[in-house]
Each structure stands twice: as structure tokens, then as C-alpha cells.
Design a binder for this molecule. Structure first.
Ligand code: SF4
Ligand code: SF4
Length: 197
């Protein structure tokens, strides 16, 4: 006959006195512990749209697409809960540390379709004043400018967008000229403008 180990006996006595470890979820609400890794949630005001989280997501639960509809350019970042493995890499690699954060939400079963369960946010994109191509989310330049401090003045696109001075009309097809170096333009157009100077 095998005797129970002392550790198991100790746990049995503790459970008799303190009650069971398990709780009565779903009949009673369950409060996960402090560092529980539940559903990730985008925070639009803290996200700069850089898409670093998309690059590090191991399961492809995060994605982004850039859309320009009638001069209104947007980056759409989407989280698919059905693909998420709750690893926390998105939060760990977010440069602002608050753009996407794991919540303690764990009760995710639902009768909604997968599409309805997606969570998406939109960020405004800057357009090149030369060729009209999308360059980068406006909030990303602002964040970079804040990080650089006075060094931001080495890049006209960064400081003009930070100070809100660029025309940024996204005109396409026009010839790049020397004065365009002091406009919000994409790296390709900037090279062209510098070569003409
Ligand atoms: S928790 Fe992991 S799997 Fe889920 S979105 Fe973040 S990086 Fe992707
Ligand atoms: S700021 Fe953070 S949450 Fe937003 S796109 Fe970049 S890495 Fe993702």
C-alpha cells in the first residue's frame, strides 16, 4: 500500500480548514491575479501607430493596413482574438509601453463572429508633399520629435509635422525642387530634392 506524501496531507488539511483552492466560476465572478495575461487591448491615445507590435506578434494576431481614401490617409491596426496566444510580446515591445496592454479579461467565449470580435484602431498618416505617398503615422513623428528634443531640427519632415507647419496636402506627380527640402516629404523625394541642390 502506498501512503500519501506529507505534502499532500498538508494540502488536504489546509483545504479542510480554509476551503478549496478552486472557485465557483461561472456561478461566481472570478478575479484573476495581478499579472494575469488576458485579452490585449489597444489604447488609441498612447499608440503612435508604429506597428512594432505587429512585427513581434508570433501568431499573426496583429496586423495593419494603410489606406488613403480621398486624401484621408489612415493606418488601421487590428487585433484578432481568435489567433492571440496571450504571450505579451506586443506589450513588451511597444515603444510607448502603453499603446497595447494586456488586460485581465479571460472569459472570452462568445457567440459573435470572428470579425465582430476583432478590435481595431485608426491612426492618421502623413502624406508626402511631393509624390503623395503615405510616409508615417503623424503621432509617430510627434513621438520621435519629443524623444529627439532639439535634434528634431535636423529633419524638416519631423519638426514641421511636430510644429504643425507643413502643408502636407499629399500632392502627387509634381516635380520635386530644391525648396521642397523644407516640406514634409518621403525619404525618396528628399533624396531627389537634395540631389537638385
Ligand atoms: S499577446 Fe502575443 S499573440 Fe496576442 S497579440 Fe500580443 S504578441 Fe500577438
Ligand atoms: S505604439 Fe505600441 S501599440 Fe501602437 S503600433 Fe506601436 S507597438 Fe503597436
Amino acid at each position: 500500500m502506498r501512503y500519501p506524501k506529507l505534502r499532500e496531507l498538508k494540502e488536504a488539511v489546509k483545504a479542510l480548514i480554509l476551503g478549496p483552492y478552486t472557485d465557483k466560476f461561472p456561478y461566481k465572478p472570478h478575479e484573476p491575479y495581478e499579472r494575469f495575461r488576458g485579452r490585449p487591448q489597444y489604447h488609441e491615445e498612447d499608440c503612435i501607430g508604429c506597428a512594432a507590435c505587429v512585427q513581434v506578434c508570433p501568431s499573426g494576431a496583429l496586423s495593419f493596413s494603410d489606406k488613403n481614401e480621398g486624401g484621408k490617409a489612415r493606418r488601421v491596426l487590428t487585433h484578432r482574438i481568435d489567433l492571440c496566444v496571450f504571450c505579451g510580446q506586443c506589450q513588451a515591445n511597444c515603444p510607448t509601453e502603453k499603446g497595447i496592454m494586456l488586460t485581465r479579461e479571460f472569459d472570452l467565449s462568445s457567440t459573435q463572429s470572428r470579425q465582430e470580435l476583432n478590435h481595431a484602431i485608426e491612426k492618421e498618416m502623413l502624406l508626402c508633399d511631393g509624390c503623395g505617398e503615405m510616409i508615417v503615422p503623424a503621432d509617430q513623428y510627434k513621438w520621435v520629435a519629443n524623444k529627439l528634443g532639439p535634434l528634431m531640427f535636423s529633419n524638416p519632415s519631423v519638426f514641421l509635422s511636430y510644429l504643425g507647419l507643413g502643408e502636407n496636402e499629399g500632392r502627387s506627380g509634381r516635380e520635386i525642387k530644391k525648396p521642397d527640402r523644407f516640406k514634409i516629404i518621403c525619404p525618396r523625394c528628399r533624396r531627389e530634392a537634395v540631389l537638385k541642390s
